[in-house]
Design a protein around this ligand. Structure first.
Ligand code: GLU
Length: 322
């Protein structure tokens, strides 16, 4: 029996607990290990069912007021050359700056693309066109990606953790809960989570999935302070800068209006730039959850220093205040 998750108010607190669907769960099935035993021991409902530890963000002694929890997303075009080989310069620069930001006390969560691209490079095949080859390439490239991160972050004494997610993980309450707990624990342990979509099993990846949205979903579920999309463009422009040399960078977007969506390549736009629509859609998700999102150029890793100092970089989408 797969126990059902239920929410119940007990003693003024709302909690999740597992409930047998009627097919004789063993006590072990219903027992929930607390992710934070010292702080929140697993508790029991009066009738003996185990309850999950609360999901709220835990106070971290090492996080001081001015330190941020930042989700940085980096795209394939930054990490890999067009042929699928690692862009050593960009990747080394990024890992060096990220490590330094982490050393300064901020918490970093990296959402990294490039599994498919690096896999194709390693297999010495053209960029795959069909889904199965893409997924096979992603399975190869994900190893390459993590090997690279492990090696580079290791030089700065940082520990990385791989998390491969699918959309279902955000859709199902119990999976989301486990995901939040694991991420929180990794951050408490000062490990740097490296997240990608679980491409070999996620068909949606190639039809509607993108890691911009994944970064926004992750930021929302762990109550991040900021999402930074490190892209191959400096930010959102008033027109496509490739075809309009006079296009101006928009430094701040207070509200994502239909006009902004149109600039990003929404329906009817003649100015659409590749991938900008998914970024603005991700910005909508992040800002609705109260999280600021910045689009900046991943080729300039050091801009992250300015970003954490609050200096204007790229385009900032301002999170909705509660
Ligand atoms: N998850 C894909 C990969 O690692 C990339 C998705 C995206 O580019 O947003 O290859």
């Amino acid at each position: 029996c797969w126990p059902r998750l239920k929410r119940q108010r007990i003693g003024g607190r709302s909690d999740l607990f597992r409930e047998c669907r009627g097919e004789h769960c063993s006590p072990a099935d219903l027992t929930v290990r607390s992710a934070f035993p010292g702080k929140y021991p697993a508790r029991q409902t009066p009738d003996g069912r185990a309850m999950l530890a609360p999901t709220k963000r835990l106070p971290n002694r090492n996080r001081k007021r001015n330190f941020m929890r930042i989700v940085v997303k980096v795209g394939t075009s930054t990490l890999a050359h067009p042929g699928g080989l690692l862009n050593i310069r960009h990747t080394e620069d990024l890992v060096r700056v990220w490590s330094d930001i982490q050393n300064a006390g901020h918490q970093l969560i990296v959402v990294s693309s490039a599994a498919t691209g690096l896999g194709a490079g390693k297999l010495q095949i053209e960029k795959p066109g069909d889904l199965v080859t893409k997924q096979a390439a992603a399975a190869v490239g994900q190893c390459e990606l993590m090997y690279t991160y492990d090696r580079l972050f290791g030089q700065y004494n940082h520990t990385v953790a791989q998390m491969l997610l699918t959309w279902e993980d955000f859709d199902h309450e119990n999976r989301l809960h486990n995901l939040q707990n694991t991420l929180e624990r990794l951050l408490q342990l000062h490990a740097i989570p490296i997240i990608n979509e679980n491409d070999p099993v996620a068909c949606e990846e190639y039809s509607l999935g993108d890691n911009d949205t994944l970064a926004a979903l992750v930021a929302k579920c762990i109550h991040a302070d900021l999402v930074v999309l490190m892209s191959d463009i400096d930010g959102l422009y008033t027109a496509d800068p490739h075809t309009h040399p006079d296009a101006k960078l928009i430094p701040v977007v207070e509200e994502i209006t239909p006009e902004i969506e149109l600039l990003a390549g929404g329906a009817g736009s003649a100015l659409g730039t590749g991938g900008m629509l998914t970024k603005v859609t991700a910005a909508k998700r992040a800002t609705e959850a109260g999280v600021d999102m910045i689009i900046t150029n991943g080729a300039h890793a050091e801009v992250l220093y300015d970003i954490v100092e609050g200096k204007p970089v790229g385009t900032r989408f301002v999170g909705r205040k509660a």
